[in-house]
Ligand binder design. Structure first.
Ligand SMILES: CC(C)(COP(=O)(O)OP(=O)(O)OC[C@H]1O[C@@H](n2cnc3c(N)ncnc32)[C@H](O)[C@@H]1OP(=O)(O)O)[C@@H](O)C(=O)NCCC(=O)NCCS
Length: 235
């Protein structure tokens, strides 16, 4: 009975377009869904989610400092066909933009702000740090447990290794990993994915066919793709 009740709650609790909560989002595209239960959800009117994007259970999608934030900006933008694993957390105070076809493992934090510590007399928790927008380019893959720090720009088709802590600018077509994350491989047209440590260590390029699923009647108002070009448009 508990299992049946949970399945019922699960089916009723999934956030999809056309539901009461789904309609609170600035945009929740056709075919997209947010798993039940969500961990924390506020600022829906500043959250734009594209089409056919799947967000797992226990995720946090938060824009602003509280549910009383009445800004109208697109604070959190997630593109089309993204897959976001369970317990990921997007805490947005200004702007986080994720391109199309970005896949996230589980337990990943993406944040565009932290706390200041310059006043030694005040609790750090009450000191605010500047907002620094985050961008993650189309076609990237973020490994399990990664942390994407404020001010980070990740290019397109970037691999972020499991457990990495990423800050700064990561160029397109790179594999980064570690704490702090460093570039481990970089794609070089004509050569392949070349190891930074040992240039003789090259992972050869291997092209595969993938037809982007046709999006049913698009109602998009904000496109995440402005952060990165079409991932199919490889050199
Ligand atoms: C990064 C990854 C994709 C491997 O990429 P790769 O190009 O095949 O890397 P290699 O195996 O050739 O290793 C290259 C170097 O990176 C290191 N490395 C690999 N994964 C690492 C990680 N998560 N953190 C730190 N370093 C890592 C390797 O030890 C190696 O270092 P070395 O040259 O000093 O020996 C893989 O290790 C990984 O982290 N995958 C994510 C898995 C995951 O999160 N799955 C769940 C979500 S779907």
């Amino acid at each position: 009975m508990v299992q049946a009740a949970w399945r019922w709650a699960d089916s009723q609790g999934t956030i999809i377009p056309g539901t009461k909560i789904g309609d609170r989002f600035a945009q929740l595209g056709t075919g997209s869904a947010i798993g039940f239960p969500v961990a924390t959800l506020f600022g829906e009117h500043q959250i734009h989610i594209g089409e056919n994007t799947m967000i797992g259970r226990h995720c946090t999608l938060a824009v602003g400092y509280s549910a009383d934030d009445h800004h109208e900006r697109p604070g959190l933008v997630i593109g089309d066909r993204c897959v976001i694993g369970a317990r990921c957390s997007f805490t947005t105070h200004e702007s986080i933009v994720i391109g199309d076809d970005v896949w996230f493992g589980q337990d990943i934090l993406v944040s565009d702000s932290g706390h200041g510590y310059q006043d030694p007399t005040l609790p750090i928790g009450v000191q605010l740090a500047p907002h620094e927008p985050v961008r993650i380019g189309s076609g990237s893959w973020i490994g399990h447990g990664a942390v994407i720090l404020p001010g980070t720009t990740i290019g397109r088709n970037v691999v972020v290794a499991a457990g990495s802590v990423v800050r700064g600018n990561i160029e397109d077509h790179a594999v980064v990993g570690g704490v702090p994350a460093r570039v481990m491989r970089q794609y070089k047209p004509g050569a392949g994915w070349v190891s930074v440590k040992d240039p003789q260590d090259v992972r050869p390029e291997h092209r595969q066919r993938w037809d982007i699923p046709a999006a049913p009647g698009s109602k998009k108002r904000v496109a995440a793709a402005d952060v990165a070009d079409d991932p199919a448009d490889l050199p």
